[in-house]
Each structure stands twice: as C-alpha cells, then as structure tokens.
Design a protein around this ligand. Structure first.
Ligand SMILES: Nc1ncnc2c1ncn2[C@@H]1O[C@H](COP(=O)(O)OP(=O)(O)OP(=O)(O)O)[C@@H](O)[C@H]1O
Length: 351
C-alpha cells in the first residue's frame, strides 16, 4: 500500500469550463478521507479520475512512486488495484451472495481453495458469513450494501472508493452502516475515499475531511479541526450548524474571540453605531447562551425567536438580532416563536 497523491488535478469535459481545477490532495496510507461538497461541485469527477474512469486534462494521480494518470497517459481501472462502491449496489440478482463476492476473483482467474478462502474472509469482515448462499433479493438494504463492500474487499485493494454509498438508505440504517464502514476500515486497513454531500456523515466517519466547492479544494483537515477552525464562508457554512454574522472588524490576526471581545462588537452591530470595516464570524449554537425575559434591561444582546425545533433533548432556535442578522442557539427550556430573549455569545471564529 502507499500514499495516494493528487497533484494539481484538472478536468474539462470540453465545455470550456473546468469541472475540477488545481486540485491537490495527499491521502495518507490507511486514512479514511471524506470528500464533501454541494451537489455538482465535482466530487464524483475527482473519484472517477482516481479510479481511472476519467482521464485528467491537467495534473496527475500517483499511488506511492507509481504514476497512475496524467493528461498524456492513464492506467486502466483494472490495473490500479482499487475498488469502487456505488450508491446502487450493482449486485447480480441471479447469483448467490458468495458468487457475487467472488466475481472479481473469477475475472482474475482465481479459483479453488484460494478462491473459497478469500470469499469466506471477505464475508466474515462484513459479518455475513451465514448469508453466503442467499440471493441478494432475500437481503435487507444494509446487508446488500455489505455484500457490495465484501465484493470490493475480496481483491485486497490498496484504495477503496465510495460514491455516496448511503444515499438510498433510511436514517436508522444509515447509522448502522456508518458503524459498518468504520469497522470495515479498521479491519481491512485499506485507504478509503468517501464522497458525500452530508456533512454529518463525513464528520462521523472520516479521519480527514476535504471540502470542495466549484471544482476546487477549499480545506482538508481532521473533523475536529475543520469544525473548530473552518477556512472561509463556504466551509464555515457547510460544516456543523452555525450562523455567519458580520461584525465590526478587529485589527490583528486573532481569529478566535471570547465573550469580553464579542460583547461590544455585537452591541455596536446591533445598535447600528458601528461603521467602517466589517468581518465575518462563525457563531456555533452551543456558544450562544440564552437567558430569559427577566434579565435586567440592557443586559445581554436582544433577540427575537424566529423559529423553534423540538429535538427531544433540547430546543433548536433560530433567532433574529435587532439589526436583522440571524443566530442559532439551543435551549433546554421551552421557548415560543415570537418570544423576546437576551443572549450572550461566549465564542466565535473569524472566517
Ligand atoms: N461526462 C461529462 N460531460 C460533461 N459534463 C460533465 C460530465 N460529468 C460530469 N459533468 C459535469 O461536471 C460537474 C460536476 O459533476 P460531478 O458529478 O463530479 O459532481 P458531484 O459533486 O459529484 O455532484 P453530485 O453530488 O450531485 O453527484 C457537473 O456540472 C456535471 O454536470
């Protein structure tokens, strides 16, 4: 196994506008990278260039020392020792689970005891050993997805590519499958690249999250890092819940602000007295402290409740400040739409 390196990768389908451009990424060996971005931003195109289904028009793809593709040459998919799992499981309905899993081995001319051992091991990893003789039609959606995983594992690929593999599953099954994927990653040791537009899925699964927009890579970092320190409005808006607020600019390079710094900034913005330069800051709902109507007049920032979503353990609030800007907050106590509140913000991050 080896590191997968994308070097200034670009793709133009001949429309005159590049769908992917200047895309450089280093995926560490055995890592689990989620490629996250809005629909149409080029995620699948990047994955297809890694797999060998598309040839880059710019840049190159390397696996360790090996050049897999550049604009002049491209190794065919079957020579890359990679496996791709699609949203639709693409199982053969007339074959048993074991035959489906063993199919890539047959294609490679592997048979006999080696064949049987590899199929058994792959089914064991996805915990489907007892289902070997069933047909795909007799399995649940999650089990079918696990068959598809076992089939891609059976050839011991260096890299497993997954294109929105959970998009068709319901929420409950999704959670179960997220655990299967984590388990699969640990047991197989393969490098995994997982395309999704669902940020919570990306954060739950991956060791690294790469955010892209309009064909470009914006940031790559661990889930915790990208949540705490997103770069720019697009990443800030895409990762986690939060609100982007425009406040009077503070001089200097500091990007993490605490309550004493934020209080006068919010007061100035809300009172409309602030003028001059502005900055965008991200405020997470867990950093907005809501107090009741009994708070002494003038204390805290005034806000009106725009909407309330009951989430079981808490209420998720959308709030409007006096200047019309929105904030998100959580409350453990019931709050009604239209209520007036006072709040304080204990932390914010400059984008
Ligand atoms: N073969 C092709 N020819 C021309 N344009 C294409 C081709 N394949 C993809 N595109 C365009 O490239 C852009 C990126 O598509 P891609 O499928 O990579 O995005 P995506 O981020 O995976 O989107 P989604 O999440 O909706 O699947 C889209 O505008 C799409 O229309």
């Amino acid at each position: 196994m080896a590191r997968l390196i994308l070097n200034q990768l670009g793709k133009d389908f001949g429309t005159g506008r590049a769908v992917v451009s200047g895309f450089s990424l280093d995926v560490r060996e055995g890592g689990f990278l989620a490629l996250l971005g809005p629909s149409g931003c080029g995620k699948t195109t990047v994955l297809r260039m890694i797999a060998g289904f598309e040839t880059p028009t710019d840049g190159s793809v390397h696996l360790g020392e090996r050049l897999l593709a550049d604009a002049a040459q491209s190794l065919p998919p079957e020579k890359r020792n990679m496996a791709m799992v699609f949203q639709s499981y693409a199982l053969w309905p007339h074959m048993s689970v074991a035959d489906n899993v063993g199919y890539p081995l047959k294609v490679r001319g592997i048979s006999g005891e080696t064949y049987r051992t590899k199929v058994r091991d792959a089914l064991g990893i996805v915990r489907l050993a007892e289902y070997a003789e069933r047909r795909p039609a007799d399995l649940s959606g999650g089990q079918r997805q696990r068959v598809a995983l076992a089939r891609c594992l059976v050839t011991s690929p260096d890299v497993v590519l997954l294109d929105e593999p959970l998009a068709n599953l319901d929420r409950h099954l999704k959670q179960e499958m997220e655990e299967t994927f984590r388990d699969f990653h640990q047991r197989s040791g393969a490098t995994m690249i997982y395309v999704t537009h669902d940020q919570s899925e990306a954060m739950a699964l991956a060791t690294d999250v790469a955010v892209m927009s309009e064909g470009r890579l914006l940031q790559v970092a661990s889930p915790a890092e990208i949540y705490a320190r997103p770069e720019g409005r697009v990443v800030g808006g895409l990762i986690g819940r939060g609100a982007i607020v425009t406040l009077p600019r503070i001089a200097g390079n500091c990007r993490a602000f605490d309550r004493p710094v934020l209080e006068p900034l919010f007061a100035g913005a809300v009172a409309g007295t602030a003028s001059g330069d502005r900055m965008d800051v991200l405020v997470r709902p867990e950093d907005v402290m809501v107090s009741g109507e009994n708070t002494a007049a003038g204390e805290g920032i005034a806000a009106a409740v725009e909407s309330v979503l009951f989430e079981g353990e808490r209420y998720a609030l959308k709030l409007t400040l006096a200047d019309g800007q929105a904030l998100r907050a959580y409350s453990r106590f019931p709050v009604r739409t239209g209520d007036s509140l006072r709040l304080s913000v204990r932390a914010a991050w400059r984008l």
